[in-house]
Design a protein around this ligand. Structure first.
Ligand SMILES: [Mg+2]
Length: 281
């Protein structure tokens, strides 16, 4: 498998809020109409119900194509495999991907069943059952709040708010402590609050894949608390100046932060990854 990695470099990249940005996220950041505002055209990478849904910048698209020549680019996302399948990144389709926050390790679009069984075993052994978490949330959510509870693959759950509304910070704070005491982790980004078993991590899947492919250098990029382990465990990593990690002022000696924010940070991240993945002459 080592021959699959150009130069032995594995670049694990979160997608939403790191490389790609939904229409809603662009509106929030004041990036639409983007071509006039940012001076860098948008490339649509996802359609949902026939509508254009997610984008990266043209500069980011060029860097992504170049990065794929010198590194094994591995999208690492909390999206389920079905949600991930909607995305068409520039350049050749990534050979590997991590979906459902680490529950699925995909090769050529096909999940590894052995990995998935092992993750379900780890989650059962260390976290309160999903129905207990959902029941607590149903009780804790105020009926008038414009927020919807969704369950992904009977593994984890997330809340989706209507545009322009977020749960109170104190409520999130209390829910975080409730979840942590039961082996769960919470991440609040944009319109979504994810509740994920703490044993369900992107970092575990990336570490396993790096071992399988005999990577000599692991790079990573991500914007949320669900990416923190992956960034910390990489040899070098980067996170955007916007997002959950930036908001809490998180830093780590091997993790750098972009100068730019919003969709421009996606291009800066890919430029940074490309520079580190390119062999020095
Ligand atoms: Mg993200």
């Amino acid at each position: 498998m080592s021959g699959e990695i150009p130069g032995g470099v594995l670049a694990a990249c979160d997608l939403d809020g790191t490389l790609i940005y939904s229409s809603a996220a662009l509106h929030r950041a004041g990036h639409l109409p983007a071509p006039a505002h940012s001076g860098d055209a948008l490339v649509c990478v996802e359609h949902y119900h026939t509508q254009p849904w997610s984008y990266l910048s043209a500069r980011a698209a060029r860097y992504a194509t170049e990065l794929a020549r010198t590194a094994l680019v591995v999208p690492a996302t909390t999206r389920t495999p079905a949600q991930y399948a909607r995305i068409q990144l520039p350049g050749p389709a990534p050979r590997y991907a991590v979906c459902s926050n680490g529950a699925h390790l995909l090769r050529d679009g096909v999940p590894d069943p052995g990995w998935h069984r092992e993750i379900r075993r780890r989650v059962r052994a260390s976290a309160a059952p999903l129905p207990e978490v959902c029941a607590y949330l149903q009780h804790a959510l105020h009926p008038e709040w414009p927020i919807t509870l969704r369950v992904a693959e009977q593994l984890f759950c997330y809340l989706v708010s209507s545009h322009g509304w977020s749960p109170p910070a104190a409520w999130i704070h209390d829910l975080t402590h409730w979840a942590q005491a039961r082996g769960w982790a919470l991440s609040a980004t944009g319109r979504k609050v994810h509740l994920v078993p703490a044993a369900l991590t992107k970092s575990a899947a990336i570490t396993a894949l790096a071992h399988r492919t005999q990577a000599r250098l692991v790079l990573a990029a991500g914007d949320s608390l669900l990416d923190l382990d992956m960034l910390r465990q990489a040899d070098a990593a980067i996170h955007p100046a916007h997002g959950e990690l930036a908001a809490i002022g998180w830093s780590h000696p091997t993790v750098t932060r972009t100068r730019s924010r919003g969709i421009a940070a996606g291009a800066e991240i890919l430029h940074w990854l490309r520079a580190r993945a390119t062999p020095q002459q």
